[in-house]
Design a protein around this ligand. Structure first.
Ligand SMILES: Cc1cc2nc3c(=O)[nH]c(=O)nc-3n(C[C@H](O)[C@H](O)[C@H](O)COP(=O)(O)OP(=O)(O)OC[C@H]3O[C@@H](n4cnc5c(N)ncnc54)[C@H](O)[C@@H]3O)c2cc1C
Length: 325
């Protein structure tokens, strides 16, 4: 294993300055449950780790501006066990409880979950130099691709693995990014970028930037939210396909709704055309199938992963039926 130094900033400004000013390879470390694996295997390289654990103001769940601020260093377990989250954002609780194992939820943080690197086996193989690592090929394209993207792939067919991201985006969350020039805020949906933008990263974070917190608006009157995760195994596993649906039901129809799918694209996947299909109409199985078809209106399936199209329909059906029940 390569040697590295650890910096322990006390403030967000110090952390941003360290990230911006360090010239060699530098990485942020939160709980370390993803990063340490990458460092040990040699997939990630860092001469300096900037440890966020001592940085003030990054931990906890705080009511703010009629919503809830969730610090990036909040542990996943604290999100999953929060009574306010269970009451106002059941999809977020479900997503938090569904991810990894109790041990990982005890250590892993919300920021680390939202910024974790992909699980693609070509990317995680230290001997493979794929596009994401500066090479010229996406080996999943012609290789083994059962778990890869069926939408939005093109340059690189990873899927973004986070369970929290689809749930938070469907709830209308925004991300606050710390920079050397002060904070900036973007919708969490716009925090993620497709490989066409920069194939080497999954978020819009630039040099010297990191995620400080996410903010979720208070639920609208009558709002319900559901997270459905379809996995290959009955024990801990990443989603093959997941559906986060937030909606308001009036007179038996969905007066408003947001659908975000996980496991099918390099970013949490939102397709407003699918939401339009369901909005304001009595929900039927045929209508949900049309919405699932709109979700996949421009698919790029690979040899082994077309089965995910059926799972999109199944996950969406379960989620929409639960919201309208
Ligand atoms: C066996 C196993 C099963 C798992 N199953 C699931 C699952 O089912 N669903 C799921 O969603 N996840 C799953 N995960 C991923 C797990 O949730 C993440 O490893 C964890 O949430 C990362 O949090 P962390 O604090 O340990 O991050 P770290 O490992 O410290 O960091 C992860 C990455 O994010 C970056 N980072 C961390 N914090 C910030 C920040 N504030 N701003 C910018 N960048 C940051 C780091 O530089 C690093 O690249 C699994 C992981 C393992 C090992």
């Amino acid at each position: 294993m390569r040697e590295f130094k650890i910096a322990e900033p006390r403030t967000a400004d110090e952390a941003a300055a360290l990230l911006a000013e360090t010239t060699g390879p530098v990485a942020l470390i939160a709980g370390g449950t993803d990063l340490l694996d990458e460092l040990k295997s040699g997939v990630a390289k860092a001469d300096l780790l900037v440890d966020l654990r001592g940085v003030a103001g990054l931990t906890g769940l705080t009511p703010e501006k009629g919503g809830l601020r969730i610090g990036a260093m909040t542990r996943v377990v604290d999100l999953a066990e929060n009574a306010g989250v269970a009451k106002d954002y059941p999809s977020l609780r479900e997503a938090a409880l569904s991810l990894a194992t109790p041990q990982l939820r005890n250590v892993g943080t919300v920021g680390g979950n939202l910024c974790q690197r992909p699980r693609c086996w070509y990317y995680r193989d230290p001997d493979v130099v794929c596009r994401k690592k500066g090479g010229f090929n996406c080996y999943a394209f012609q290789g083994r691709n059962k778990y890869h993207a069926i939408c939005g792939g093109r340059a690189c067919h990873i899927v973004f693995p986070s369970d929290l991201a689809p749930a938070l985006i469907s709830l209308g969350a925004t991300a606050t990014i710390g920079t050397v020039k002060g904070d900036r805020t973007v919708p969490l949906e716009a925090f993620y970028a497709l490989p066409d933008v920069d194939v080497t990263r999954e978020t819009v974070l630039g040099k010297g930037e990191f995620l400080k917190s996410v903010w979720v608006p208070a639920p609208a009157p009558g709002q319900k939210s559901v997270y459905v995760k379809l996995k290959e195994r009955g024990t801990w596993d990443f989603a093959l396909v997941s559906a986060a649906v937030t909606g308001v039901v009036k007179d038996g129809t969905l007066a408003s709704l947001t659908i975000v799918m996980g496991g099918i694209a390099p970013v949490p996947w939102r397709e407003k055309k699918a939401e339009d299909v369901l909005q304001g109409k009595p929900v039927t199985e045929a209508l949900i199938r049309r919405a699932a078809d709109r979700m996949l209106w421009d698919p790029t399936p690979l040899r082994e992963n077309l089965y995910k199209a059926d799972l999109v329909f199944a996950a969406l059906k379960r989620a929409v039926m639960a919201i309208t029940a």
